[in-house]
Design a protein around this ligand. Structure first.
Ligand code: PMV
Length: 328
């Protein structure tokens, strides 16, 4: 039995579009910050007598679709390990599932890490990152701590690695914690298939990533922030241009973008982004984070988070299981 913990990440330069659906290869690279809050903890126990995998998610039996995604990742692990044994998986998210906070990122990073260990594989962080990718693209980056870049490329080359850059805080504004309507998988597919702007979006993301990496190397918060906000708005623009259109941002999300713009005009430097959901994440320098949170508190519940660790095995799985049961 192996237990792992991983944290969500918020992309500064977004992944939105696949070059290969089966291998989960992205059409462009991306850059994110792995957080120090909202962990997923996952235990994988081999079940030699079971004739199928089973999955418990947040204290309840998971849906057939959730189990199917987990089994698909376990099948890859079993193939690498030369095993046919099924597993019982218990997983718990500390963040609201499906509200654009990328619990799939922490979830598949934790699952890949725990499953590889449970099946006796000794994978490098790079190979764990490639494995997590097969579960959910954004999970590729949650294997790594703090700022992480995920490379576009073929199966061998498409992994994440840590990047040095400015010390950031993120102020998450929860404007709506309900489940999102269209999954990122379906929305990405629809965007690529129907948006007249899709190719321009991919080309612009590749350029923005190069500029963002240069800003990281220069410790240049301002340039990184500007690139982050414009890349997010471009992503939501291309998503809205799909047919039928998809809109993740609500009026309340837009109000946060407006407030951040006003804040900058008033001399408090912060930049907004949002993933595939209505919640908005505002990046700030560490010394400004509390002031930014105070200024945005009227628009929704806020949480100030910072750079967090990569995915790790939790040595004492029994105590973390107790911990999970207590919270269930
Ligand atoms: O979590 P995934 O792999 O289905 O994709 C999520 C994509 C975004 O969160 C919107 C952007 C990103 O780079 O994380």
């Amino acid at each position: 039995m192996s237990t792992a913990r991983a944290y969500p990440n918020i992309a500064l330069i977004k992944y939105w579009g696949k070059a290969d659906e089966e291998l989960m290869l992205p059409a462009a690279g991306s850059l994110s910050l792995t957080l120090d809050t909202f962990a997923t903890t996952t235990t994988v126990a081999l079940a030699p007598d079971a004739d199928a995998d089973s999955l418990e998610l947040n204290g309840a039996t998971a849906s057939a679709e959730q189990l199917r995604r987990v089994t698909r990742l376990l099948d890859i692990v079993r193939e690498l390990a030369g095993s046919a044994v099924h597993a019982h998986v218990v997983t718990r998210n500390e963040a609201p599932t499906g509200a654009g906070l990328a619990s799939s990122a922490s979830g598949f990073a934790a699952l890949a890490t725990a499953a590889a260990d449970a099946y006796g594989l000794d994978l490098s962080p790079r190979d764990l990152s490639r494995l997590a990718r097969r579960g959910s693209g954004s999970a590729t980056r949650s294997i790594m701590p703090a700022l992480a870049m995920w490379h576009a490329g073929d199966d061998e080359q498409s992994f994440a690695e840590p990047v040095e850059g400015p010390d950031l805080r993120m102020v998450i504004v929860f404007v709506d914690e309900s489940h999102k309507a269209v999954t990122s998988r379906e929305a990405m597919r629809r965007t690529a298939a129907t948006s007249p702007f899709h190719d321009a979006w991919i080309a612009s993301t590749a350029r923005s990533l190069d500029e963002a990496l240069a800003a990281c190397a220069d410790d240049d918060f301002t340039t990184l922030g500007r690139l982050t906000e414009s890349n997010a708005l471009r992503m939501h623009a291309v998503i809205q241009s799909a047919e039928p259109p998809i809109r993740y941002l609500t009026a309340r999300s837009i109000a946060v973008f407006d407030a951040v713009e006003r804040m900058r005009a008033d001399g408090l430097e912060a930049y907004a982004t949002a993933d595939a959901g209505p919640n908005v994440v505002v990046i700030a320098r560490p010394e400004d984070a509390d002031a930014v949170a105070d200024a945005l508190g009227g628009l929704g519940r806020v949480a100030v988070v910072g750079p967090g660790p990569g995915a790790v095995l939790v040595a004492d799985s029994s105590s973390s299981t107790t911990d999970l049961e207590e919270r269930a």
